[in-house]
Design a protein around this ligand. Structure first.
Ligand SMILES: Nc1nc2c(ncn2[C@@H]2O[C@H](COP(=O)(O)OP(=O)(O)O)[C@@H](O)[C@H]2O)c(=O)[nH]1
Ligand SMILES: [Mg+2]
Length: 433
């Protein structure tokens, strides 16, 4: 647990100023801040410095807007020497979120910083995020929960009948680098969730409202009125500040004029500003359910956002038939799947492909060699290029992101981008007398 976390701002007349700190009673001397500022300036390009003295470790995170432009604002984390093993994780958190904090305007960032500092302080027991599934009976809430978080195959799920959920069932899950608790609710008891004493929506970070496509087709007036109710309910209660998403589920049951159906619902929902997904878990899930899953990752996992920001521009530039992409944790277990199933793959092939690649990556990793950070080779089975990007320098909980590439030009650009990002993540160690 860090002894102190400080947000240091800059004022043109006053110089360095502590804008916020956590815990409240932690102390730092002004002369140390000046010394850190000088150190940052002296290392120049690389923004982040780790200082070691006899009994303390000091991490200074500085966000460079542009190369060469000096930046006098930074975050300081002070640790006891005995906490050295915590350093890589804290550096990773600073890299993932520090830049965002420093970029916010001076008057607004203290709060964001304090949230960050609190989370970092209990980073071993990271704050759990809350997700709520509410909606009509039989609309696929419990099925989607298993589909998203328990990796149960969709065909199996469709064969099983879950007993209707009673009340609220909460289950904890790991979502990449976030811990979440999913609140699955009973559709029969939906009226209860609209009362302030019983609603699970208080403290929810992200809520999904489930209807079936047939609900909309057969009784759109009820859906409209219930969606308006939920919006009003949230607006009239300050305790509820969630993001809301609509899942129009079992979309496979709409067999005629799917585009007309979508347009009809979108015309109603778009003015409300609620994202809607036309989801189905049939045949390993349709495109919308995968995109809906990724929206959840974007909202809840800083590491996913980082990967996304890094890979997406390149993917967009090169994507033709969709990429296969998955992530491995530090034990080489697949933890997250960005597979956009395309015509070249069926699920069996994908699984076989993953197994082979994981075996290979393990082998490469065992021989400790220098190209372990970035490997690419061509895969005979899929006739594609496979790229393995080492992720442990960004976050020690992960080993690789594996992806397919269509061309060597893509690989080349990816390599350049990857090297750039890695440099911005690197920390310099300094000793100060
Ligand atoms: N056709 C179709 N049926 C589904 C889909 N997802 C779930 N179901 C079925 O819908 C039924 C109700 O699902 P359940 O998850 O228990 O609904 P809940 O009451 O909202 O929790 C089950 O029999 C599921 O097999 C889907 O995408 N398409
Ligand atoms: Mg249920």
């Amino acid at each position: 647990m860090p002894e102190g976390i400080f947000l240091v701002g800059w004022d043109d007349t006053m110089g360095s100023q502590i804008e916020a700190k956590f815990p409240q009673d932690c102390q730092i001397q002004y002369k140390n801040i000046t010394q850190y500022l000088v150190t940052l300036q002296s290392v120049g390009k690389s923004s982040n410095v780790q200082i070691k003295d006899d009994n303390k470790i000091v991490l200074i995170y500085n966000h460079l807007e542009k190369e060469g432009v000096p930046n006098y604002e930074f975050i300081i984390v002070i640790l006891d020497n005995s906490e050295e093993s915590e350093v890589p994780k804290i550096q990773s958190q600073l890299n993932l979120e520090g830049g965002k904090i420093l970029k916010i305007s001076k008057f607004k960032r203290s709060k964001v910083f304090l949230d960050f500092a609190k989370n970092l302080t209990k980073s071993t027991k990271k704050k759990q995020k809350k997700i709520v599934f509410i909606g009509y009976p039989n609309s696929g809430k419990t099925t989607t929960k298993s589909f998203f978080f328990e990796q149960i195959q969709s065909e199996k799920l469709l064969e099983t009948t879950f007993t209707p959920t009673k009340g609220i069932e909460s289950t904890p899950y790991n979502l990449i680098d976030s811990k979440i608790v999913l609140f699955d609710t009973s559709g029969q008891e939906i009226e209860r969730w609209f009362t302030i004493d019983e609603t699970p929506l208080i403290g929810s970070d992200l809520s999904f409202f489930f209807i079936t496509a047939m609900d909309w087709k057969q009784n759109s007036e009820r859906v409209k009125s219930d969606l308006n109710r939920i919006i009003q309910f949230s607006e009239t209660h300050d305790e509820i500040t969630h993001d809301l998403v609509l899942f129009c589920h079992k979309f496979d049951e709409i067999t005629e004029d799917q585009e007309g159906f979508k347009k009809n619902l979108l015309d109603f929902i778009q003015p409300l500003g609620i994202p809607v997904f036309f989801t189905s878990i049939k045949n390993s899930g349709n495109f919308d359910i995968h995109i809906g899953y990724q929206l959840m990752l974007r909202k809840l996992s800083p590491f996913f956002v980082f990967i996304n920001n890094f890979l997406n521009p390149l993917m967009r530039k090169y994507t033709q038939s969709g990429h296969l992409l998955f992530m491995l944790d530090s034990d080489f277990a697949p933890i997250s799947d960005f597979t956009h199933i395309n015509e070249y793959f069926n699920v069996v092939d994908v699984n076989q492909f993953k197994k082979t690649i994981i075996k290979l990556v393990k082998m490469i990793n065992l021989e400790v060699n220098n190209f372990g950070d970035f490997v690419s080779f061509s895969d005979k089975l899929s006739e594609k290029i496979v790229v393995c990007l080492r992720m442990s320098s960004f976050n020690p909980d992960f080993s690789y992101v594996i992806m397919q590439a269509e061309s060597y030009q893509f690989v080349d650009e990816l390599y350049k981008e990857y090297t750039k990002v890695k440099q911005s993540f690197s920390w310099i160690t300094k000793k100060i007398e």
